[in-house]
Design a protein around this ligand. Sequence first.
Ligand SMILES: *[C@@H]1O[C@H](CO)[C@@H](O)[C@H](O)[C@H]1NC(C)=O
Ligand SMILES: *[C@@H]1O[C@H](CO)[C@@H](O)[C@H](O)[C@H]1NC(C)=O
Ligand SMILES: *[C@@H]1O[C@H](CO)[C@@H](O)[C@H](O)[C@H]1NC(C)=O
Ligand SMILES: *[C@@H]1O[C@H](CO)[C@@H](O)[C@H](O)[C@H]1NC(C)=O
Ligand SMILES: *[C@@H]1O[C@H](CO)[C@@H](O)[C@H](O)[C@H]1NC(C)=O
Ligand SMILES: *[C@@H]1O[C@H](CO)[C@@H](O)[C@H](O)[C@H]1NC(C)=O
Length: 220
Amino acid sequence: MGLVHGFFILLALLVACASGQSTSPPGYANHTVGGSAGWFFNSTTETPSANYSIWAQSLKFNLGDYLVFNTNSNHTVVQTYNETSYRNCDAGDDESDGDVSVYTGGEGFGQPALIAVPLTKVGSNYFFSGADDGDECEHGMKFEIKVNQGRGLPPSLNQPPPPPYKDPSQSPPDSPSGTGRDGGAGPGQKATANGSAPRGRFPALAMVGFHLFVSLLLAL
Ligand SMILES: *[C@@H]1O[C@H](CO)[C@@H](O)[C@H](O)[C@H]1NC(C)=O
Ligand SMILES: *[C@@H]1O[C@H](CO)[C@@H](O)[C@H](O)[C@H]1NC(C)=O
Ligand SMILES: *[C@@H]1O[C@H](CO)[C@@H](O)[C@H](O)[C@H]1NC(C)=O
Ligand SMILES: *[C@@H]1O[C@H](CO)[C@@H](O)[C@H](O)[C@H]1NC(C)=O
Ligand SMILES: *[C@@H]1O[C@H](CO)[C@@H](O)[C@H](O)[C@H]1NC(C)=O
Ligand SMILES: *[C@@H]1O[C@H](CO)[C@@H](O)[C@H](O)[C@H]1NC(C)=O
């Protein structure tokens, strides 16, 4: 009787492990700002190419996601957690306090640029174009999002300050002794050369199950 009970406890544990894996939040997402309209501003009509507040409304943002700005070198992306800077469209000179980051892409005027900004802080994140002394921002090239915890930061982003850019040519060489790599190959492959990445809770639970199993065998 006790043995049968033990067996079902073991079974329940294993099932808990399996379902715990599948109910974890979905993987990290990349959100292209403004959808196909991108991050542009028509200086003749003084209008942004999209209503970014409306664009953001329908989406859910989590730590480790990226906002991808499809734009050109005439615009910038300012990311801040300071609502005052956002309301004033003011990128300021105080980038050093870590509350305002300015991203640019491309060289010269009007060169295409793809700017990827990682979401590394829960709560309100503000974005605006700092170009033309804040004029584009004042004409609506700005938006606010709320970032949720989700599954937390991936190891690649878990070291402040987050890397704004990654050189795609620096993909890691294939190691012959394939150590277990987790699927979410993020941009920042600089993570955990010494393999100190936190693993899931699966191994711990599996160990508990294993011990239980062994004790059951001994009890026989
Ligand atoms: C800006 O808008 C005007 C009027 O709609 C249009 O003629 C012009 O081509 C636009 N400029 C750009 C760069 O899209
Ligand atoms: C936000 O920025 C304003 C203007 O630069 C500054 O006075 C204020 O102290 C900042 N607020 C926080 C919470 O850092
Ligand atoms: C970029 O800005 C320059 C200078 O204001 C302007 O001449 C050019 O038309 C702009 N290019 C685009 C693609 O908006
Ligand atoms: C975007 O749409 C909202 C809701 O319709 C409106 O209140 C806001 O003024 C619009 N923003 C811009 C920049 O047009
Ligand atoms: C998301 O964007 C980052 C930064 O550009 C990139 O490295 C990564 O491969 C993208 N992930 C997906 C799933 O497209
Ligand atoms: C892992 O590497 C980082 C940076 O190289 C180092 O700071 C840390 O102490 C290392 N951890 C272990 C357990 O070796």
